[in-house]
Design a protein around this ligand. Structure first.
Ligand code: FES
Ligand code: FE2
Length: 379
């Protein structure tokens, strides 16, 4: 599945961002903007966002690498209904309701990846193939006339593109933008990466506070001073949009000649590309690995964030393993867990006090206002 890295080329859009960075980056709108505190603190906003955004929009649920082989399935419980993500024997990905069609029992327990050609209900052992078809039921003669074809698992619209699995609760959902983003992700070989670790963080903050943290580079040298801050140039960033999604580039060590060379190893060591996918997914491309973060709002002041770390291939040696363990600890434990998510929790605590009626955003933070425009347009 691994595409040789040498053959992968950046897209014109990725190169355009690199060129803009080499010119010093651009503040899209050099002005002050605001977001009302109520966007984060009002429980009614959470209810409205669930009904108008999370119940309708295409949502990223996992990287393709979570299910690398045929006949794999994993339960997923972060979006309010029991879901099951599978890859069938023909390698097609599906998102189903994780519910047996006999008497409505939860089909697969836990949250770990299961391998095998059948999913068997714990209650009466009805069994399903990983494409959702009911394939067996004990004492079938006691259900005279039952047509197995009417009893497949309930499937939600699903699309796999560019190494990500998307789904929607809305039967009418389209996936044109997932495909457009997939083109960018194919450019750096996301579909061929190996899942090294995943972890779900339970953060006492509004989900948008976490999106906000990944929509500006203003904090990078400050909040991240003791971890990754020194790798970056202050405020050297630029961004554009793909539909409701944002794509940004932050300069690490941007040398114009290197950027103009336009090959991935040079670009990825000079620039961190980040994709802020609407509504709540972030993909961060570090020099030699990728982090995907999926946000699952639980209340106006609580969000689950699943962090996946993707690396080029399974570690073959103890040395390689230690190398990736170090990167995982730095990003997941340090930069995200102890810094970005902590800042979001502190933001929730402060905003709940009522001290600040609206937050104030400078020119380096305009991506946050753009994101909130997308949210508010749907409410
Ligand atoms: S409820 Fe699943 S087999 Fe009966
Ligand atoms: Fe950050």
């Amino acid at each position: 599945m691994n595409a040789p890295a040498g053959r992968l080329q950046p897209t014109p859009g990725q190169l355009a961002l690199a060129a803009a960075l080499a010119d010093g980056g651009t503040a899209r709108e050099p002005r002050i903007t605001y977001v009302d505190a109520a966007a984060y603190t009002d429980p009614a906003r959470h209810v409205a966002e669930q009904a108008r955004i999370f119940s309708r929009a295409p949502l990223v649920i996992a990287p393709s690498a979570l299910l690398p082989e045929p006949n794999m399935a994993v339960p997923h419980d972060g979006f309010g209904k029991p879901l099951l993500v599978t890859r069938d024997r023909a390698r097609e990905a599906h998102v189903f309701l994780n519910v047996c069609r006999h008497r409505g029992t939860r089909l697969v327990e836990g949250r770990e990846v299961a391998c095998g050609p059948r999913l068997v209900c714990p209650y009466h052992a009805w069994s399903y193939a990983l494409d959702g078809k009911l394939v067996g039921l004990p004492r079938g003669e006691t259900f005279p006339g039952l047509d197995k074809a009417d009893y497949g698992l309930k499937r939600l619209p699903t699309r796999e593109a560019g190494g990500l699995i998307w789904f929607s609760f809305d039967e009418q959902a389209g996936f044109a933008e997932a495909d457009a983003l997939g083109h960018d992700f194919d450019a750096f070989g996301l579909a061929g990466l190996h899942l090294f670790r995943r972890r779900t963080h339970d953060v006492p903050a509004n989900w948008k506070l976490i999106m906000d943290a990944f929509l500006e580079s203003y904090h990078v040298l400050r909040l991240h001073a003791s971890t990754i801050g020194s790798f970056f140039k202050d405020g050297v960033s630029t961004a554009d949009t793909i539909g409701p999604h944002q794509r940004s580039a932050v300069g690490r060590d941007v040398d114009e000649a290197a950027v103009r060379a336009g090959d991935w190893p040079t670009l990825r060591s000079a620039i961190t590309y980040t994709y802020q996918m609407f509504p709540g997914t972030v993909l961060i491309v570090s020099p030699d690995y990728v982090n995907l973060m999926v946000m699952m709002p639980q209340a106006h002041d609580r969000v689950l964030v699943e962090d996946f770390m993707l690396i080029p291939e399974a570690p073959a040696t103890g040395k390689a393993l230690r190398h990736w363990e170090k990167s995982w600890a730095l990003l997941d434990g340090g930069v995200f867990g102890s810094e970005d998510f902590r800042a979001a929790a502190l933001g929730q605590e402060g905003l709940e006090s009522g001290a600040v009626e609206r937050i104030t955003l400078g020119a380096l933070e305009v991506g946050i206002r753009h994101f909130h425009d997308q949210v508010e347009a749907r409410l």
